[in-house]
Design a protein around this ligand. Structure first.
Ligand SMILES: [Zn+2]
Length: 80
C-alpha cells in the first residue's frame, strides 16, 4: 500500500505533489483546482461585449490597447 501526505480537496485522491490554493486547499491537478473554483463560484465563465462592457478602452488579439470614440452620428472609429 502506498501512503500519501496529502489528498486532493476535489476528487479525494492521495497525492504527494499538486497545487495549493489559499495556503489551505490541495489539488492533484489544474482540472481539479478549476472544477473546485467553479463549484465554489470563486471562478466562473462569462462573456463581455465591446459595446456594453468597455468604457472605450478595448484590446486587439495581441493585447494592444485601442480607444473607441463615437462620432456625433454614432459611427464607431478605432484609434491606436
Ligand atoms: Zn483531484
Amino acid at each position: 500500500m502506498t501512503f500519501y501526505p496529502r489528498k486532493c480537496h476535489n476528487c479525494g485522491c492521495g497525492m504527494d505533489t499538486g497545487h495549493i490554493w489559499d495556503n489551505t486547499y490541495t489539488f492533484c491537478g489544474t482540472d481539479c483546482l478549476i472544477e473546485w473554483l467553479y463549484h465554489e463560484e470563486t471562478c466562473f465563465y462569462t462573456e463581455w461585449d465591446v459595446e456594453s462592457d468597455s468604457d472605450g478602452e478595448v484590446y486587439d488579439e495581441k493585447g494592444n490597447e485601442w480607444t473607441i470614440k463615437k462620432c456625433s452620428e454614432g459611427n464607431r472609429k478605432e484609434e491606436a
